[in-house]
Design a protein around this ligand. Structure first.
Ligand code: DLL
Length: 434
């Protein structure tokens, strides 16, 4: 089953011709409309007319999350604010979020690609989609919502949280599709058991899970516990949101990346050089149809590999492997993107706290938990217990307020956190990954 058969099955030569045409148009647009691109292209000694083949793409400079931050909030927008109809944002490497703007055409494209992704995952009209991705600045909720409506399915806009109610609704409303993060799906499974609800008695058939790393063994566990077929969906706000790539229900072997709108490359994150098909490296994406904030060779930092082998579902779009990590230190904690440097700058603004800390991430009852161990100065450590307690709460509140992440702070004595002779090890991630 296809949503848009013509585009999903375009023979590769036609797909590549379309990519080149769209790429050229996009390069003209960004060079005339965005000073950042005019400057970086000039520095690289390149004008859009130099790009005459898809292979020429590699001559263009990369774009980084930092470039978006430097032009915070709207500096990289290629359309005037009068044409921007939606704004989303995700965490940046420091306190400031990365801001993305969509024109009406961008929303239409996203909606179409999300509808296409849902059909690829085996969803159809008549399905009842329980959408537990968060609604808000995060792209998950609204992205899945619009796609589901466009497809003609019934969407229940649950958003995250209020787990008991989620289970009641899922049961009473007869939900057939669940969309949320993989870790939240397992949490729902556990909570249902506590409520005496057996997933085998529910109508759920398909789960569409993404926004954080997960593994094949986790897929197996989810499928067993929730009695559904679990599909991996990938996306990022900078590029669009959910629906950049998704597994097909037929093969569940790699995620089709929608090449009529995005050009993927796999590069060596150290050297920036392109890697051959099948080799693991960093995913770089060029958007070729976006108007609000088109991105040229955007460094996603996500590690994967790509294959152009035909897929048994008949779609001709390349497949990327399940994400196996990141080339930077970004953590995803209960769906929230967090950089250790963000926590560090919060800690450093608090009096009595030493610049030695350790973040310990674990998963308990299928939920991510973050412990922040931090050294306090000698004077403070010998202080009254109530002062230490209040400091703990101050730090926990600051992290919650600024980053949206709940954590447990543990104050430790001076010189207890292991010092390193090279790069400091700031993070211990105990969550399962393979
Ligand atoms: O997480 C968009 C999304 C929403 C995708 C719902 C899928 C479902 P951001 O908050 O900007 O956007 O985070 C993007 O999350 O660069 C990856 O590191 C990670 N990520 C997203 N999907 C997957 C996945 C949304 N399927 C960042 N597997 C990305 C592993 C994923 N990591």
């Amino acid at each position: 089953m296809y949503y848009n058969e013509e585009f999903e099955t375009l023979p590769r030569p036609a797909l590549e011709a379309l990519q080149l045409k769209r790429l050229k148009g996009m390069l003209e647009r960004v060079c005339s409309g965005v000073p950042f691109y005019r400057e970086t292209f000039a520095r690289a000694g390149i004008v859009p007319a130099d790009v005459q083949s898809l292979a020429d793409l590699r001559r263009l400079p990369f774009t980084y999350k930092q470039n978006m931050r430097d032009s915070y909030p709207y500096g990289l927008f290629a359309a005037p604010m009068e044409e921007i109809v939606r704004i989303h944002a995700s965490s940046g490497t420091t306190g400031k979020p990365t801001v993305v703007g969509y024109t009406q055409k961008d929303i239409d494209t996203w909606t179409e690609l999300m509808a296409r992704s849902l059909v690829t995952a085996g969803v159809h009209r008549g399905d009842i989609i329980h959408n537990a991705y968060g609604y808000g600045l995060f792209t998950g909720g609204l992205g899945a919502h619009y796609g589901a409506e466009k497809l003609g399915a019934s969407v229940i806009p649950m958003s995250g949280g209020n787990t008991k109610r989620q289970i009641l609704i899922m049961k009473d409303f007869g939900s057939t599709v669940l969309t949320c993060t993989p870790s939240y799906s397992l949490y729902l499974g556990e909570a249902a058991r506590e409520e005496g609800v057996d997933f085998r008695s529910l109508k759920l058939r398909v789960g569409i899970f993404g926004a954080e790393p997960w593994s094949e063994s986790m897929r197996k566990e989810i499928e067993e516990k929730l009695n559904l077929s679990a599909v991996d969906i990938y996306g990022l706000s900078e590029i669009m949101g959910p629906g950049v790539a998704i597994e097909c229900i037929e093969a569940k072997c790699g995620l089709h990346i929608w090449e009529d709108h995005f050009i993927p490359e796999i590069i060596d994150p150290e050297t920036g050089e392109p890697l051959p098909e099948g080799e693991k490296g960093e995913l770089v994406i060029t958007t070729i149809t976006k108007e609000g904030i088109p991105l040229v060779r955007y460094r996603t930092r996500d590690i994967t590999s790509i294959t152009y082998e035909p897929c048994r579902c008949g779609r001709t779009h390349a497949r990327i492997a399940r994400m196996s990590g990141r080339s930077d230190d970004m953590l995803i904690i209960r769906g929230v993107n967090v950089f250790p440097s963000q926590i560090e700058s919060i800690l450093m603004d608090i009096e009595g706290v030493e610049p030695h800390y350790l973040l310990i991430v674990d998963r308990k009852d299928n939920l991510d938990i973050l412990e922040v161990q931090v050294e306090v100065d000698e004077r403070l450590f010998s202080d009254e217990v109530k002062h230490l307690q209040s400091l703990t709460q101050t730090i926990e509140k600051a992290i919650k307020d600024l980053l949206g992440v709940t954590c447990k702070v543990r104050l430790v004595e001076p010189r207890t956190i292991v010092r390193s002779e090279g790069k400091a090890k700031r993070v211990i991630d105990k969550r399962e990954r393979n």
